[in-house]
Design a protein around this ligand. Structure first.
Ligand code: CP
Length: 306
């Protein structure tokens, strides 16, 4: 694997290999018998992605170089390239980057350590996609012909953009349900109503309303839940074994009725847990592909704890 910028880089079999490896890591953690430094460069807020990368890194025995953008030299005008190049120079073995630009990776072509995309503007969030896939796989053990609806702010969602590509590659039937003004006209995916979505889907994947990316109109409509979200009445019309996903953070009472966040169908907190395992699998694969880790550097530990 080259840098991990897009879910599109992975074939169907590579995705399945990573999911199976992540599943193995639920019961044991391999440990890296070598000094490896991983730098987490987050230029946008994050709780889940950043912290689950850190947990994954510590479980593997990787030393974490934590970067706090608000007190970094980016405040003196240092560019993303110079920041990345600095971490490379001081000995980071790989970088994990989240940035508000859709194409931040374009300026990092000359960085010669592996880079993982932890969120790029509105374009891609491929590690979120992997954890969503693992959560679906945990429930259904396959993807072919599953009906999956992605519901909400499609236009601003890097999660939707990564998931649509991957789920179609894996053979699922993907639908989107976007409120007026939040559609992405470039997508060919069928657009259905939320009422159709709850009735036909095996997986209802809700998206956060990304108010911070809504240029010029910051209000979230008070009737959003009733018109476009997952209400208690809509949940009752879901198929017997259908599940609910949401990448979080959640706007409770807007995308989803607050009482449904932890209902039996909800896999929202399972998604977060799975984030640790898919990120462990991805980092191990990337570091081995780049020759940073050799087979003999990996000690397989049973029941390893953080
Ligand atoms: N789902 C997700 O990316 O959450 P964070 O923004 O908290 O990392």
């Amino acid at each position: 694997m080259n840098h991990f910028f897009s879910i599109d880089q992975l074939s169907q079999s590579e995705i399945m290999m990573l999911l199976k490896l992540a599943k193995k890591y639920k019961s044991y953690s391999p440990n890296v018998d070598k000094k490896i430094f991983g730098a987490n460069l987050f230029f946008e807020p994050s709780t889940r992605t950043k912290m689950s990368f850190i947990v994954a890194q510590r479980k593997l025995g990787i030393d974490v170089l934590d970067f706090n953008e608000s007190v970094s030299s980016t405040k003196k005008g240092e560019s993303l390239y110079d920041t990345a190049r600095t971490f490379e120079a001081i000995g980071a073995n790989f970088l994990v980057i989240r940035h508000q630009s859709d194409r931040w990776m374009d300026e990092l072509k000359d960085i010669s350590i592996p880079i993982i995309n932890a969120g790029a503007g509105k374009s891609e969030h491929p590690t979120q996609c992997l954890l969503d896939l693992l959560t679906i796989y945990d429930s259904f053990e396959q993807f072919k012909d599953l009906k999956i609806s992605i519901v909400g702010d499609i236009k601003h969602s890097r999660v939707a953009h990564s998931n649509i590509k991957a789920l179609q590659k894996l053979g699922a039937d993907v639908y989107v349900s976007a409120p007026p003004g939040l559609e992405d006209d470039k997508l060919k995916t069928p657009n259905i109503t939320v009422d159709q979505a709850v009735e036909l889907s095996d997986v209802v994947m809700l998206l956060r309303v990304q108010s911070e990316r809504h240029i010029g109109k910051n209000e979230t409509k008070t009737d959003y839940l009733e018109k476009y979200g997952l209400t208690k009445l809509r949940e009752k019309r879901m198929k017997k074994n259908a599940i609910i996903l949401h990448p979080a953070p959640i706007n409770r009472g807007i995308e989803i009725d607050s009482t449904l966040v932890e209902c039996d169908r909800s896999r929202i907190f399972n998604q977060m847990e799975n984030g640790v395992y898919v990120r462990m699998a991805l980092m191990m694969k990337l570091l081995q592909d780049w020759g940073v880790l050799k087979h003999e550097n990996v000690i397989e530990e049973r029941n390893a704890i953080l």
